[in-house]
Design a protein around this ligand. Sequence first.
Ligand code: AMP
Length: 428
Amino acid sequence: MKSFKSIPGTFDILPEGHTSGGDLIAPVALWQHVEQVVRRVMAGYGAQEIRTPILEPTELVARGVGQLTDIVSKEMFAFERGSTNYVLRPEVTAPVMRSYLQHHLEQKGGVQKLYYIGPCFRAERPQKGRYRQFHQFGLEVIGASDARADAETIACAADIYQALGINDYRLRINSLGDENSRPRYKEALIAFLKPLEDELSEVSRGRLESNPLRILDTKNEKERQLLSDAPILIDFIDDESRAHYEAVKAHLTAIGIAFEEDPFLVRGLDYYSRTSFEFESDVLGAQGALAGGGRYDLLSTEVGSKKVVPAVGFAAGMERLLMTMHEAGLAALEESRLDVFMVGLGDAAADWIFPTAHRLRALGLTVGYDLKGRSMKAQMREANRRNARRVVVVGDDELENEIAQVKDMDQSEQHPVPFGELEQMLQP
Ligand code: AMP
């Protein structure tokens, strides 16, 4: 018989932690905990959740993220049906901007702060911390060009990490200037690298003409050496962008957020202008990027808006965050407990337990009972395994006298409780 496994680069999230392809996958309760913290911090920033489809038009992503990016050129799960081209979203910023434009959210006035949590898809080579289906949460602040919006976006991500106890990370920031700065810088960078072409890696040589800024991301030591004398983007940016950058830094300093300036931080996505930033974990090694983001004033017109809509946002990886929590010993969970486990023997007991459990659940209690007709001993074992606070035991005598034995598992005490008083007694 053929058996099936999850596709490499994807994984199941189970009630209990497990390993998948050598990676630790956290138990679902930890995912839920992180999601709760994300929602709480986002709410503190006045952000509201947005849920957009997993499927988007391929062209939205191609135009939004940029033809020359790795994401669009080689990592899209895209397919055609009939005359429509679909893509499994590789990121959520372009979809959120599409939604903002489609629903005329600008007419609501003010600034829209929208956050999301959900899966993204990239056809990358699966490896530790790098998946084909992964999860991002992020914030988009749409409609503001004020440097405070940039600082606030960065602060929101930092607050989430702080709320989860993650302190071992570095925040790097840079400014990419406006749409005129980059072409001038690109030329200067090509002029600098051209004579060194032979010393570049094959990948970087390929990028030299098409997307030379990506060469700045190189992890290759020799290339880093070569780049130490390269022109830097910040020297090419316009005065307004420079002033904006200074303001972002001042606002971050005012609220005590530590950062490093990294003149080579350009990030892989095309739509960024001015502020760009990245949170990098100290404990993750190669796939260390926890979150990234920046200002993307150019995206709206790229995806069909007549007017420029200034916006800034961040996107963070859930898996990387959970891995960081694990490495830092922050992944301990409170043990999950059942309020009540009901133990009984025989059909008559089962027929009493079934509706009683239903009534107890209606009171808001978490209730378990045996569905396999097992022995009392096996049922008690299960009650222990489920860490039940109380166990309700009914045997033949109890049924006849309409009195249950209620065992308090923490105190190791047992009391008889008349059936009629059970709900009252167990009520939360
Ligand atoms: P990006 O949109 O590429 O800036 O990604 C934002 C964040 O998502 C990164 O900092 C990572 O934490 C996470 N991320 C991106 N791609 C993957 C992937 N293939 N697997 C796991 N996490 C990812």
